[in-house]
Design a binder for this molecule. Structure first.
Ligand code: NAD
Length: 510
């Protein structure tokens, strides 16, 4: 628990990791933007930031690269992503460790994030030979109709701190096989892992050969002002933005104003329902990981739990025990399951939500700060809050480990309550009753982009489309047919007859 048990020199270790990954030291020393590790709260690097003019120049370079890259055949583009996957495999340990240092994740989650990058690269390589369009029956004789999928342009990527590398890879791997170039504005809280990813991609590009143009991948270092340059730039036809709903409310209308495409991956307020027939041992484990894993800092974190009154007294005391006993501490020097919150504002927001919950009649287990000796690091005991009803802070996403637990008696009412929040990202039901499970997945069941049965709300695989409805933004990334957002579709009609019949029987004889 005490971070002083083993002396750490995270600044030196970070510099060594970045050097091993191929990042030039000028990119993380002597700059104007301080980068902190949430593990100890100390400053570990100073990065030079991009000005608006720098950002525009990088976007111009990416646009020029796009014009060459779109001419490279898609399976060949897939070869670049295959090499990226190889480089990620080779550098998994170093990049995973850097994720743990910069985002505070426990080692298996840091490594898991890099594994997710490798998985999406594999997926995208296969996709590079499967960018299929349809052949469509036409009503006109001697005609053929088909769809072609073409590269779109520069893809802007804005990412959040909590998945500092995976979100980039979900977008970049698909964009690169689709024939697009990418410009990435990572979170200002996690810029170092972005530099590392760029260096790893550079290694893949060096092995790929000269048909990859310079400027294909760019990183913009800075705050939201630099993100706004990307959002407003006319040469960026798609921005995939991951972060809070507040951010999406600003970014979405700006993109709409210039008719650019948006993939918005915003906040979640994810719920689960535990039914009378649930396997409670399994539910307990799934709930514990879903609610406490990554210190409650996943967009898919379980935040609301509806437990049937007949099993409430069996499940909730066991859950409370798990909350009381879970190990919280330095993820780099201990085998803790719960690492730090990202910063003080996150801690303050958690305490405020807990006060509001108490005022609304909630009974709180946990939630206190865990002292580690580092004044600028914010470790907390995850909080379980028994609530009399779904009111006040339960209706909002607080990006911290708080699980609100409520009792239900009527299944339809539980589904209605589950859906009665603004966000619509992920959801779960725990039941062995087929009717309940199917109802939860049906049109009048969960209204989320992700609906699971007998597994938790978090830990999605890359093969499915990832994203959510309502204030989660409606975007889809990663697997399934999410690639279509990164390409433009042309419908082609070819007349191979000697006549010119018009559609809908229209005649226009001149
Ligand atoms: P945030 O909204 O504070 O920042 C996210 C990114 O947006 C950062 O890079 C930031 O610089 C940029 N940004 C902020 N305002 C901007 C603006 N006006 N124009 C352009 N860029 C702007 O989010 P955060 O605190 O880093 O991350 C936590 C949030 O992200 C949570 O709400 C979480 O649920 C959400 N999230 C969602 C998903 C998803 O896939 N749905 C995934 C991860 C995180």
């Amino acid at each position: 628990m005490n971070i002083a048990t083993k002396p750490l020199d995270l600044k030196s270790e970070t510099a060594a990791l970045l050097a091993a990954l191929g990042v030039d030291s000028a990119a993380f020393t002597g700059g104007d933007m301080a980068s902190r590790t949430p593990v100890t709260g100390e400053v570990i690097a100073h990065l030079p930031t991009d000005s608006a003019d720098d950002a525009k120049a990088k976007i111009d370079a990416a646009d020029a690269a796009f014009r060459a890259w779109r001419q490279v055949p898609a399976p060949r583009r897939g070869e670049l992503v295959r090499l990226l996957g190889e480089e990620l495999r080779a550098h998994k340990a170093d990049l995973g460790r850097l994720v743990s240092i910069e985002a505070g994740k426990i080692p298996s989650e840091g490594l898991g994030e890099v594994q997710e990058m490798i998985d999406i690269c594999d997926f995208a390589v296969g996709l590079s030979r499967q960018l299929y369009g349809l052949t469509i029956a036409t009503e006109r004789p001697g005609h053929r109709m088909m769809e072609s999928w073409h590269p779109l342009g520069v893809v802007g990527i804005i990412s959040a701190f909590n998945f500092p590398v995976a979100v980039w890879s979900w977008n970049a791997a698909l964009a690169l096989v689709a024939g697009d170039s990418v410009v990435w504005k990572p979170s200002e809280k996690t810029p170092l892992t972005a530099l590392a990813c760029q260096a790893i991609l550079k290694r893949a590009l060096a092995r790929f050969g000269s048909d990859a143009p310079d400027g294909l991948s760019q990183v913009l270092i800075g705050g939201r002002d630099i993100g706004e340059v990307l959002v407003d730039h006319p040469k960026v036809p798609l921005v995939s933005a991951t972060g809070s709903t507040r951010m999406g409310r600003e970014v979405g209308p700006r993109l709409a104003k210039r008719f650019a495409r948006a993939v918005l991956e915003l906040g979640g307020n994810n719920g689960g329902i535990v039914c009378p027939s649930a396997d409670l041992d399994m539910a307990l484990r799934a709930i514990a990981f879903g609610a406490m894993g990554t210190a409650g800092q996943r967009c898919t974190t379980l935040r609301r739990l509806f437990v049937h009154e007949s099993v409430y007294d069996q499940l909730v005391p066991r859950l409370k025990k798990a909350y009381e006993s879970v190990s919280v501490g330095n993820p780099l020097t201990s085998s803790s399951l719960v690492g730090p919150l990202i910063d003080k504002p996150a801690y303050d927001a958690m305490q405020k939500a807990l006060e509001e919950a108490k005022a609304a009649g909630g009974s709180v287990t946990g939630g206190a700060r865990v002292e580690t000796g580092a004044t600028d690091a914010y470790y907390v005991k995850p909080a379980l809050v028994e609530m009399p009803a779904q009111t006040g802070p339960v209706l909002e996403e607080t990006f911290a480990p708080i699980l609100y637990v409520m009792k239900y008696s009527d299944f339809d009412a539980a589904i209605a309550d589950h859906n009665a929040v603004a966000a619509g990202l992920s959801s779960s039901i725990f039941t062995l009753n087929m009717q309940e499970a199917e109802r939860f997945l049906a049109a009048d069941g969960s209204d989320c982009g992700i609906a699971n049965v007998n597994i938790g709300t978090s830990g999605a695989e890359i093969g499915g489309a990832f994203g959510g409805e309502k204030e989660t933004g409606g975007g889809r990334e990663s697997g399934s047919d999410a690639w279509k957002a990164y390409m433009r579709r042309a419908t082609n009609t070819i007349n191979y007859s000697k006549a010119l019949p018009l559609a809908q029987g229209v005649s226009f004889d001149i």
